[in-house]
Structure formats: C-alpha cells, structure tokens
Design a protein around this ligand. Structure first.
Ligand code: ZN
Ligand code: ZN
Length: 585
C-alpha cells in the first residue's frame, strides 16, 4: 500500500484539472478585461504548441500524436518564450483589470518565473533522470474514452514514432544525477515499458486500421520499446559509476529549499516560518493527545496501568480505537453512507452554501486509475464538458485477510470520517464546485496546490470545531491524522536543510507521529525523492487558519464563518497569499 500523500498528490492533479470553459465569464467585462482574456487564450495556445504532451494530457486531444522533445534547442526556445511573455506582462496595466483577471495575471507571471528557475537554476532535468518518462501519456490515450479506438490507435502510432528522439534528448541532459533519482528512473521507465506492452498490441488487433497502418504501428512500437530499453541501460551504466561521494546529494540545501518553497507555495509564509509553526503544532498536538488519551484510558483500557511515557500511552489508546473499523466487504457502503451525513451537517450548521445540482457519485476506483488512492476525486478535465464528478474508493478485493485488516485499522471508523471531510464535503469536492463557478482556464491549469490541500486540511479541523461527530475518541484520531501533515513538513525541511539521518527521520515518524514502520520508511523514501511538496498540506492549512483568526480578530462579533468560507472559495484555486491580500481590508 502506497502512502496517502502519494494518493493526495494524485487527487491534487485531478483537483486542479477540473474547470471547463476557456475564458472568464464575467457579465460586464470591461475592455481591459476583454483584451486580457484574449491575451490569456493566446498564452495558453502558445504554451500547448510548445508543449503538446501536456496539452494532450490535459484533454486537448488534437495533440495526441505529438510528443514534446526536450532537446537543448527546445530549452532555449522555452527560455526565449518565457522572457517575451514576461516582457509582455510587465507592460500590462493591471489596475483596470477585474480581481479575477488580476489573479490570473499573477498566476501566469508566477508560472513563467517558476519555469525559468526550474530550468535555469534548479536544473532538475539534469539531475533527476525520472523527469523523463512517457508511460502515463500513453496510458491516458490507450484507456481514453473520448474518441474511437481507431482514432486513438492512429494518434498512438504517431506518438510512438517520436519516442526514440525523446529519449535521445533525455539522455543528453543527464549530468551527475542523484543515486535515488537514478534508481527511481530505472524503475519507473520499466513501468513505461509495461504500458507499451501487450495492451498496446491487443488494442491494435481489435482496431480497424489498414494493414499498412498496422505494420507502421508495430514498427513504431518496437523502436519505442528499444529506445526505453536503451535509456534504462544508459542509466544502469551511469548508476554503476556513481558512489555516494560522486553522486549528487538528494538534499537540496537551505537556499534552494527556501526558493522552491517560495515559488511553489505562494502562501505568504517563508519555509523557516512554516517549519517553526510545524514544531509548535507538534508540541501542541502531543499535549492535546496526552490529555485526551489519559481521559479515555479507563473507558478503553480498563484497569491496566497507565504507562509512564506519555507517547507510549497515546499509542496504546490509538491502537485500541483502531480496532473500530468497517468490514472489508462494506468499506465502500460505509463511505457512501457518510456523504449525506456530511451534507446535512454542513447545512444544519450553515457552514457554506452547497449546490444540490452537482451530486458526487461514489464508486469503486476503476482499474485504469491505478488503484493506489484510498479515496480520490475525479473531476472532468478543463476541456471536457460537464461529466460527473466521482468519489473513487479503493476496492479491497485483492487484499489478503491480513492486508485488509491492517488497512482497515489504519482507515478505521474515525479516520475514514476525517478522510471523507478532506476528499469530499466540505473538502476537495466542495472547493471544486466553488472554483467552477468562475471558470478560468488559467486557474484550472495553474491552480495552487497549497491552497487546494490547505483547504481540505482546514475543513477537517473546522468540522470538528463545529461539533461533527464530537467525541474525545474522534479528537484523538483527528490529532493523529493532523500530526501526519505536521510531521511531513518537519521531515521535509529537516531532511533537505538540516542533514536529518534516515534513522532519526524514521524514529520521528514512528515514535512521535505514531506511524507503522512500513509507513514511516515509505515516507522517508518519498521525502528523499521530492522537495517541498510534502510541506503543501500543512503550509496551506496554517495560512488559511491564520487568515481566519486574523479576520476574526479584526471583525470581532461581525465575523461570520459562512461568509468567510464563501468569500475565501470565491477566488478559485488561487494562492492563499493572493486571497489574503483581497480579504484583509
Ligand atoms: Zn487532499
Ligand atoms: Zn479488525
């Protein structure tokens, strides 16, 4: 079982890819706004021309037969394109734009600045060979339902033909990679070979392509596979010459971490500030957990002696409460039953206005989605028209009894309710519904991850504060759940900037965050492969919570929770720092 953060990452992609119409639908658009709307469209179209792989991946299927080839000349072209667009943007008069367009302006600018930094200073394309992988873009077309099989087969054939050039370009950039990302690239590209496996031939056999087209497809498929194998061999050779002394360190260091944090989070807080807040939160969570666990001890642990070590005491009560879980056959029904309860609670407490016309359909995760997420939201992509929004729940069919038991304990009755708040109502799903009310292709494509995750994490606490399923047991489990995102930040920061050892990192997660060993070692591995992303949940949560508390103080008894939520959500998936500027008067 992969850990939940990976899952949330998948969700995040889906969550940011939800809106449909290509321009803001303001009722009285001024001339400045009209001009800026066409500028935005031009920007996006040029971007797709330069990066057809991403266009296809985001649902612009006329680009399916193309592949973005990352040659040195391509990087140079991107550099010039970014410079030109930044010049264009800096010449814009933003004062006369609507608020929605002013935010879009900043999102485009930030995207360009971030892209420039990634390519020219961070240079992840040189040291992370896993940056190159064609697997998922082929899987999306192969499993797509948007066009006939023949159409998709023709597109795939064209795309396959470009794979050798893609991997040639990829190989030319690799320069002193890390051991960890080299190993990852080998594993993931073996996965890409699987995508170009039997299913690609079976689909061809079922298609109505002409004999000539079939021959061409087969040839392209074989040379694409050979190109991936060559890339893997090349990485193996590189790998055999690397030692911990000669390889690049996976720790990116304080300076790059701070800059990446600033560019990716846009939360109005620095990496250091968020780290300090996470340390304080950890202490607070331990204090609260000890208090609740002591209170619950006689009820759940009977006359057994209370351990002197408070972390041990907390762990024992958590383990006991985790036995309270759904049956493996009723897991999906258990989730499904909670959705109306959540809707009802949000209405009863008047926390925000919900849209009854956009029901959330609970289903078992379809196999083509990979089946790693415990729960995730699938919303239609920005170029798809109003399809259903699904709440995918992991099927447990392939679990052994032992695996199922361990999974069900982790996602016990308490945690499952918090997960449903996070993923569905009033978390990700509700935020999507609000974001869709002022559809913007820019916010849909460049939505801010810390805002999206932060909102979902914020709603977990807010619902409990409002009394949802109020019990000490529920609070104890919530604290454990919240400790996970808090610890993600501490781990990420200390690993990249303070030389945290694996032994100490795993100990932190197991002893202080009450995680199982498999979960802790998995998280450590993930933290060595990513940078800053693990901070987004806590960072967004903290920034939103701080904003709410500040407004409460400012507005006194005029403060209204529903009004706060609705105004906050009205700006789409914008960075919290920009929403803050608009809400603090
Ligand atoms: Zn999430
Ligand atoms: Zn059990």
């Amino acid at each position: 079982m992969r850990n939940l953060l990976f899952v949330l990452l998948v969700t995040l992609f889906l969550a940011t890819a939800c809106q449909r119409t290509p321009a803001d639908s303001t009722t009285v658009a001024s001339q400045a706004d009209a001009n800026f709307d066409s500028l935005k469209l031009r920007f996006v179209e040029e971007m797709w021309q330069l990066d057809p792989s991403s266009a296809s991946y985001r649902g612009r299927h006329e680009f399916d037969s193309l592949l973005t080839i990352p040659t040195a000349a391509y990087l140079q072209q991107m550099k010039e394109w970014r410079t030109n667009w930044l010049d264009t943007l800096y010449r814009q008069d933003t004062a006369s734009l609507s608020i929605a367009n002013r935010i879009d302006y900043k999102l485009i600018r930030d995207q360009l600045v971030r892209g420039r930094w990634y390519d020219e200073e961070y240079k992840i394309h040189e040291w992370n060979p896993a940056s190159y992988n064609i697997g998922s873009q082929f899987a999306v077309i192969l499993n797509g339902r948007y066009a006939s099989l023949d159409e998709r087969m023709r597109a795939l054939s064209g795309k396959l033909g470009k794979v050798p050039a893609y991997y040639d370009a990829a190989g030319s950039h690799i320069n002193k990679p890390t051991l960890e990302h080299t190993d990852l690239a080998i594993t993931q590209n073996q996965g890409a070979l699987t995508v170009l496996g039997k299913a690609m031939e079976d689909s061809l056999a079922k298609s109505g392509l002409s004999e000539q087209e079939k021959v061409r497809y087969q040839q392209n498929l074989v040379s694409a596979r050979t190109a991936i194998e060559r890339y893997i061999d090349r990485l193996r050779t590189v790998r055999s010459t690397l030692t911990p002394a000669t390889a690049r360190n996976f720790r990116i260091g304080k300076e790059q971490f701070a800059r990446k944090f600033e560019l990716d989070m846009v939360a109005g807080l620095t990496a250091d500030q968020v780290y300090q807040k996470a340390l304080a939160r950890k202490e607070e969570l331990h204090r609260q957990m000890a208090r609740v666990a002591r209170e619950l001890w006689p009820k759940h642990m009977g006359t057994r002696a209370v351990p002197a070590d408070s972390l041990a005491m907390i762990r024992q009560v958590i383990d006991k409460l985790s036995l309270q879980h759904a049956h493996r056959d009723s897991f999906l029904v258990f989730v499904e039953r909670q959705i109306p309860e959540l809707i009802d609670f949000v209405n009863r407490k008047d926390l925000l206005t919900q849209d009854p016309d956009k029901p959330l359909v609970v289903r078992s995760t379809p196999p083509y989605l990979g089946g790693v997420a415990v729960a995730s939201i699938s919303a239609p992509g920005p170029y798809d028209s109003g399809a259903n929004t699904y709440y995918n729940v992991l099927p447990l069919d392939n679990f052994s009894d032992q695996q199922a038991e361990s999974f069900l304990r982790e996602y016990n009755e308490y945690i499952l309710q918090i997960l449903n708040i996070h993923e569905a109502i009033p978390g990700h799903y509700t935020q999507l519904v609000y974001a869709n009310r002022s559809p913007s292709i820019i916010k849909s494509l460049f939505g801010n991850g810390a805002m999206i995750e932060g909102w979902a994490v914020y709603t977990e606490l807010m619902m409990l504060e409002e009394g949802y399923k109020n019990s000490p047991e529920m609070w104890l489990m919530y604290y454990k759940w919240n400790m996970r995102v808090t610890m993600n930040t501490i781990l990420d920061y200390r690993l990249h900037t303070m030389n945290l050892s694996e032994q100490e990192g795993v100990r932190l997660l197991m002893e202080e965050a009450f995680q199982e060993e498999a979960e802790a070692t998995g998280k450590w591995k993930r933290a060595t492969l990513s940078q800053v992303q693990l901070c987004s949940y806590f960072t967004g949560f903290q920034a939103i919570y701080d904003l709410r508390e500040e407004l409460k103080k400012q507005q006194g008894n005029r403060f209204n929770l529903k009004a706060f939520h609705e105004e906050f959500l009205s700006f789409g998936s914008s960075p919290v720092a920009y929403i803050r500027q608009l809400m603090i008067k």
